[in-house]
Each structure stands twice: as C-alpha cells, then as structure tokens.
Write a protein that binds this ligand. Structure first.
Ligand SMILES: Cc1cc2nc3c(=O)[nH]c(=O)nc-3n(C[C@H](O)[C@H](O)[C@H](O)COP(=O)(O)OP(=O)(O)OC[C@H]3O[C@@H](n4cnc5c(N)ncnc54)[C@H](O)[C@@H]3O)c2cc1C
Length: 474
C-alpha cells in the first residue's frame, strides 16, 4: 500500500518531530510548511553578533522521555551539553537561588515571608481543599498558602497571563506550577541536598547552537529521509476534502510564489483557532465563535547587546513582583558556556502582553529603555550603553485558561474530531501548556497512530489522555 501523503502545518518541535518520524518509519510521505525563517517555532533560535539566541529562556529538561532523548542525543551528538542550572528569583527585594537551595533560603529569604510560609504549612490540614472554586488563585492559596500566593504566584500570574488569578482556571495552576504543593516544594528544596537528589535535578541539556538546534536537526534529518520540508512557506487557506476519499487542498505561499498542495491527511500544529479560521468553508458559526473565546498570551522578547564579557554569572533571573514588567531575563552565553563571542554578551528579557496592549507596537529603543528601567529597579543596572537593542514577537506564547475555557475549547476539539483525516496537535493545536519534550512526544504519538496507511483515532484518544497529564517543567 502506498504511504499516505501527510501535510504538516508548522515547523516547531511538534511539526518537525512528526515529519522526521513519518519519514524514518516510512509511514507517510510528509510535506511540511513552516512560515518562519527557521525551524523550531517558539522553541527556535536565530543568530546575532556571532551568538545563538532563543525566544526566551529554553532548556531541554531531564524529564524528556528516554526514547526521545536518545534520538535527540543521536541527532546532536557532542553538541548537546549537560549543564548545571544557576538562576535567581527576585523575591521581596532579595535574590534567592533557583533551583532552591536550603542554605540559601535560610540565609536570604525575607524573614516575614519565611515565617508566613511556615505558618501556612502548619495551618494547612486538608490537601487540595479549595475555597473559592476551581480558580488559579483558590488552588494556589489552598495548596501553597496565602504567603506564597500573595507574594509570588498571584502577581506572577497577572504578569504572565494578563488576568486576575480569580478569572483563571484551577487547571492553569495544576499544569503550570510544578511545585504545586508544600510536599512538592519541600522535595524541590531537598533536591539540592546530596543523598536526596533526584536524577537530573538541577541540570538541563542545551545545544551549542541554541535551543533551536534540536528542531533544526530533526528537520534536516526529515529532509535527508525524503520529507518535503518547506521553510518560509505559509499556509494561507485550506479546502477540506470535497468527498470521503478526496484530498485536502492547502493553499500556500512561499519563495515568491503560491501553490495548492494536495494531501490525504492534514496535521496541524498552528493555533487551533487559526486552523478553524483558515478553512475556506464548512466551519459552523458556533465553532468560529468558540475560536474567538480561546485566547493565547503574546510576548515581546527584548534583546540588548552589551560591550562586556558577562552581565552576571546566572543563566536566568525571574521577576515575579508586580513592580517589574518583565518576567524573566536570560543571558544565553551562560546557557551554552562556549565563552563566545569575546567581549560582548546579549541579554534576553521576556515581556508577556496582549496583542492590543500599548507595548506591542512600541519601537525597539523604547522597549530597551523599559528593560533598562526594570533592571535598574531591581539593583541590576546595565553596566554600559547597549551596542544594539532589538526585539522579536511571539503572537501565541502561552495558552490562557480562563475559568470555563473548557466549553469553547471543547467545541473546537469536537469540530476537529468531526473532520475526517484532520489532526490538530502540539502546544498550539491542543491549546496545551507544554515543554518541547511534550510537543515531541505528541509528534511521536501521532506517527505511532499511523497504521497500515490509516490513522488510528481510538489510539490517539488514549494518547490524548496522557498528554492531558503534562505538567510544565520550570
Ligand atoms: C517564553 C517561553 C519559554 C519556554 N521555555 C521552555 C523550556 O525551557 N523548555 C522547553 O522544553 N520548552 C519551553 N517552552 C515551550 C516550547 O517553546 C514549546 O513546547 C514548543 O515551542 C511547542 O512546539 P510546537 O511545535 O507545538 O509549537 P510552536 O513552537 O508554536 O510551532 C508552531 C509553528 O507553526 C508555524 N505556523 C503558524 N502559522 C503558520 C502558517 N499559517 N503556515 C505555516 N506555518 C505556520 C509557526 O511559525 C511555528 O513555527 C517555552 C515557551 C515559551 C513561550
């Protein structure tokens, strides 16, 4: 039987992982369209001034499935480095090491915060009991107490997702807060103590040419194995199959021309909302209404290149406080530890926002100023005037789980399931908080469902239940 033609939308980890697996296992003839200039999507990288930069802090977590990790290791070889984590959190005017360390907490933690947390731990009797419904705020208060909630997670949530934590679903807390209970928090602190250390704790993997090297390697291997990989090609419109066995017809533009590509299967990793809107016809109005109620948080990445060897020794700084607008600052040179380029370093700040916010259209100079002010306010002034300031924008950085989000999302999912030979997966396709290793796991899972030229929907439903358990690693 001829291998089915599978058209994949999006060349992030979910897209390139599936293209490579389909080609490697000879389970489908893959064509992949990636609108951007490189593979990797939000987990991609680009070069500036002789340095590889990511779209915000990205690390490969040791929690990666062993088989997928073995593939990444085989694709990257010695380029994949094992690195110690070395970050700091700005908490109530003090710097706390991240990952947490017992002696550092004892020495540096604000005493009022420490006492409040201890009081909350002692007072907590019934695990998981929430007051105030299943909201982000109620779950965090119930599981981690009011001190950690008020001083850390709630202001952080407002910045990350742009909503009052009472408007956010409790699911957001369960999926995004890895240290979601006192027990887990204590285990995380104990990870720093020899003898209690979990395997991989306090470490991460990082490729020498930026995090995007992982996706680039998958894409190159897919191409080597015969997949048709099209970088700089944007899907513009989709015509669903006209009859049971008719092909999908996908309109695309790239390299100065347009083309209509036919396929037996359409696998989409772009936002499920954009997928619904791209369908030429046949999408019920209530599905389009549902798409308007499913929202993603956007992000501006502000990069400043400084004429100094190193800004600090830390890989990342986290800013949960309400007075600092950025949420995280990373120094990519410290991730790869290559010591290159000499004499300069680049910082990358993450500024979550909505597409309609005043900051979204701001010019680079103003955003650079905003970053400099934020850092100075935390006692981390820029040591010299930047050589360059530039920005990148992610329209869909984080899914926002508003309370009741399950209803519009469920409507979209029902619609996807009702369309034959259509799959929507990956972070944007399933509207799921995830890490790159989760996106890759979904890609491998989708390919595993391709049996004798047909997609096994029942098996995919089982895998979906596993993906729903994914909790994001910090
Ligand atoms: C700030 C930040 C930090 C993160 N840190 C980590 C981390 O430390 N470790 C980790 O493992 N993960 C991290 N992640 C998560 C990681 O980025 C995602 O898990 C991963 O990018 C998901 O891959 P994906 O392929 O599902 O989606 P995406 O990466 O979003 O890829 C979707 C692709 O679709 C393309 N596309 C969209 N529309 C079209 C169209 N019309 N035609 C063609 N192509 C299109 C886009 O250009 C994009 O490349 C982080 C994410 C963010 C935002």
């Amino acid at each position: 039987m001829a291998e089915p033609r599978v058209l994949i939308l999006g060349g992030g980890p979910a897209g390139v992982g599936a293209a490579r697996e389909l080609a490697r296992r000879k389970l489908g003839r893959a064509t992949l369209l990636e609108a951007g200039a490189h593979y990797g999507g939000n987990a991609g990288s680009f070069e500036h001034g002789g340095q590889w930069l990511d779209y915000g802090s990205h690390r490969l977590h040791p929690a990666t499935d062993a088989a997928i990790f073995a593939d990444i290791r085989a694709l990257l070889g010695a380029d994949l480095k094992d690195r110690p984590r070395h970050g700091r959190i700005r908490l109530l005017g003090k710097w706390i090491h991240f990952p947490l360390k017992p002696h550092d907490l004892l020495l540096r933690l604000d005493k009022r915060f420490a006492l409040g947390t201890l009081r909350d731990m002692v007072a907590k009797k019934l695990p998981g009991r929430t007051n105030g419904g299943d909201t982000f705020e109620a779950v965090i208060r119930a599981n981690l107490g009011s001190t950690i909630a008020d001083e850390f997670y709630l202001p952080y949530a407002v910045k990350l997702w742009g909503r009052d934590p009472k408007e956010l679903s409790g699911v957001q807390a369960r999926k995004r807060v890895a240290a979601g209970s006192f027990g887990k928090l204590v285990r995380k602190v104990l990870n720093a103590v020899p003898g209690f250390k979990a395997p991989g704790a306090g470490r991460f993997f990082y490729p020498v040419r930026g995090f995007g090297q992982i996706s680039e390697a998958y894409a190159a291997d897919a191409q080597r194995l015969g997949a048709d990989m099209r970088l700089g090609w944007r899907m513009t419109r989709i015509e669903g199959p006209a009859s049971e066995n008719a092909p999908w017809r996908v309109h695309a533009e790239g390299t100065g021309r347009s083309e209509v590509l036919e396929a037996d299967y359409l696998w989409s990793t772009i936002p499920v909302t954009a997928l619904a809107r791209a369908m030429a016809q046949g999408v019920p109005t209530d599905v389009l209404d549902a798409a308007a109620r499913v929202t993603y948080r956007s992000m501006i990445l502000i990069y400043v290149q400084l004429p100094v060897e190193q800004f600090t020794e830390y890989d990342a700084h986290y800013f949960p406080g309400a007075t600092t607008r950025i949420t995280r600052l990373s120094e990519p040179k410290n991730y790869s530890d290559l010591g290159r380029p000499k004499g300069t370093t680049i910082l990358c700040a993450e500024l979550p926002c909505a597409l309609g916010d005043a900051v979204w259209p701001m010019d680079d100079t103003s955003l650079g100023r905003l970053l400099a002010e934020d850092l100075a306010g935390c006692g981390l002034p820029l040591p010299a005037a930047p050589i360059a300031t530039f920005t990148r924008r992610l329209p869909a950085a984080y899914p926002i789980y508003l309370t009741g989000y399950e209803e519009p999302l469920g409507r979209l999912e029902q619609w996807v399931e009702s369309v034959p030979r259509l799959l929507s997966y990956g972070r944007q396709g399933l509207f799921q908080h995830d890490n790159t290793h989760h996106a890759l796991a979904m890609a491998y899972g989708a390919v595993e469902c391709m049996r004798s030229g047909r997609f096994d929907i029942a098996h995919w439903s089982e895998l979906r239940k596993l993906y729903a358990q994914h909790v994001v690693e910090d």
